[in-house]
Every structure is written in structure tokens, then in C-alpha cells.
Design a protein around this ligand. Structure first.
Ligand SMILES: Nc1ncnc2c1ncn2[C@@H]1O[C@H](COP(=O)(O)OP(=O)(O)O)[C@@H](O)[C@H]1O
Ligand SMILES: [Mg+2]
Length: 234
């Protein structure tokens, strides 16, 4: 994302990272039933690439995104981001790495209802122990997503599209080098959805992986992949 270098006051260099996933497997057991959700997913993303991931409901898009972002360990397989093998790191190092390198926009926002938009955006920076300029940076990001005049609103006082924008601003507060967004326009009408996607693509110059089932929006990226029967199909 565009970030002003504090020394030169110019746009800081883009620092997207590569991602490689090898032979990911993930199954869920429910009583006697087992659902094989990921059946050997291989994936490679170039630094600063904008990849769109499509697939039917229940195809495993969220499971895959969680696995790629280090939020949920696969049963087997590897994920490497910027040369670090995510699931080989200690728990503490993994959390640090997630905080400093990865941004995530959850499918259902997960904003904290008692916090204002500004406080919600500040939260990942607080968790990463970043104090300096935190509130100012959060306000800048809210401005960037078009919510400069809503910073003191709580989630219930915001529309779905506005909550989605807060979630996007929050995902960017720690200047991630790779951003995952799970159906960031899924709950929005097509006009608002288009605006939110354009905002996202306008802000993020680093690596970006977006799940969507909107083929028009998916065409805005560099590359599209589809997940079906637990595998990536062209
Ligand atoms: N924690 C879980 N326990 C059991 N089954 C799950 C769990 N998470 C996902 N699933 C199942 O895995 C499949 C894929 O889910 P998900 O990744 O959310 O799909 P998508 O995001 O493509 O709609 C679904 O059939 C879902 O019911
Ligand atoms: Mg999903």
C-alpha cells in the first residue's frame, strides 16, 4: 500500500511478498462424516500480484484463505510467505509474523461492537505493540477508504458497506506485505461492492488475494483461479 516514507516524505517502495503453498490438505470430521475440503492445493503468488480466487459456496475458499494466512494449520502441506515456512514457526513467532506481514479482511468483518471505527482500526497495531502515530495512521486509513467523517461511529451506526471499509482499513494498519480479503463485497449491493473493490485495489500495491464469486470484479485482478473439489482448477 502507498506509505509515506518518514524521511523523504515520498511514497515508500512497494514490498509485496511471494507466497507458495504446497500440497495442502484439510479435512473436517463431524461425528462419523469426514469432509475433505482441501485435497492437495498447490498455489504460487508473485510479489505484488493481485490474485482473485473463485469457487462455489462451500468449495473451501474460506478454509483455504485461513490456511494460507496462517490462521488455521492444514492437516498436511506447507505455506511459505516471503521465504518463511509459516507452520514451522513457533506460536509466538507465527503471531508476530502475522501481525507484521499479513493483513486479513474477514468475510463477516468481525468488528468489535463496543469500539468506534477508529478504535477498531487501531486494534491490530495495539496487539503488535505499535504506539507511535497509531491513531493518526488509523484516521488516515479511514480517510483513504472514504470514512474520514465516521471515525467515532460504532459498527451499529454504520452501513454494511461502511463496516466493510472499516474492516479494510483495519487490515492495513500494520502495513502488511500481503493482504487476504474474504468476499469483501459479498454482503454489498453491486454498486457499493464495485466501489469497495476499487478502493481495495487502489490502496493495496503489495500482494493481494481476494475471494469473490463476482466474475466482473474478479476480472479486475492480474489472475483468477477457481477452487473446485478441493483443488485449484484453472
Ligand atoms: N470448522 C469446521 N468444521 C466442520 N466443517 C467445516 C468447518 N469449516 C468449514 N467446514 C466445511 O468445509 C466446507 C468448506 O467451507 P468454507 O471453506 O467455509 O467454504 P466457502 O468459503 O468456499 O464457502 C463446507 O462444507 C463447510 O461446511
Ligand atoms: Mg467463505
Amino acid at each position: 500500500m502507498p506509505d509515506l516514507d518518514p524521511v523523504t516524505d515520498s511514497i515508500a517502495p512497494v514490498t509485496g511478498v511471494t507466497l507458495t503453498a504446497r500440497d495442502l490438505h484439510r479435512r473436517f470430521s463431524m461425528g462419523r462424516d469426514t469432509v475433505e475440503v482441501l485435497c492437495g492445493v498447490d498455489l504460487q503468488i508473485e510479489a505484488c500480484e493481485k490474485l482473485f480466487l473463485r469457487g462455489a459456496s462451500g468449495a473451501g475458499k474460506t478454509t483455504l484463505l485461513y490456511t494460507l494466512a496462517g490462521l488455521e494449520r492444514p492437516d498436511s502441506g506447507e505455506v511459505e510467505i516471503g521465504g518463511e515456512s509459516l507452520y514451522d514457526l513457533s506460536k509466538a513467532r507465527q503471531a508476530d509474523f502475522r501481525n507484521s506481514t499479513i493483513g486479513y479482511v474477514f468475510q463477516h468483518y468481525f468488528l468489535l461492537p463496543d469500539l468506534t471505527a477508529l478504535e477498531n482500526v487501531c486494534l491490530p497495531a495495539m496487539m503488535a505493540g505499535r504506539r507511535r502515530g497509531r491513531r493518526q495512521r488509523a484516521a488516515e486509513l479511514l480517510d483513504l477508504v472514504g470514512l474520514g467523517n465516521r471515525i467515532d461511529h460504532r459498527p451499529t451506526e454504520l452501513s454494511g458497506g461502511e463496516q466493510q471499509r472499516v474492516a479494510i482499513a483495519r487490515s492495513l494498519i500494520n502495513d502488511p506485505q500481503i493482504l487476504f480479503a474474504d468476499e469483501p463485497t459479498g454482503n454489498l449491493d453491486s454498486k457499493t461492492g464495485g466501489e469497495v473493490m476499487e478502493t481495495l485495489l487502489g490502496i493495496v500495491s503489495d500482494s493481494l488475494i481476494v475471494v469473490t464469486h463476482d466474475s466482473t470484479l474478479a476480472a479486475l485482478g492480474d489472475r483468477q483461479l477457481e477452487i473446485s473439489d478441493g483443488r485449484i482448477v484453472a
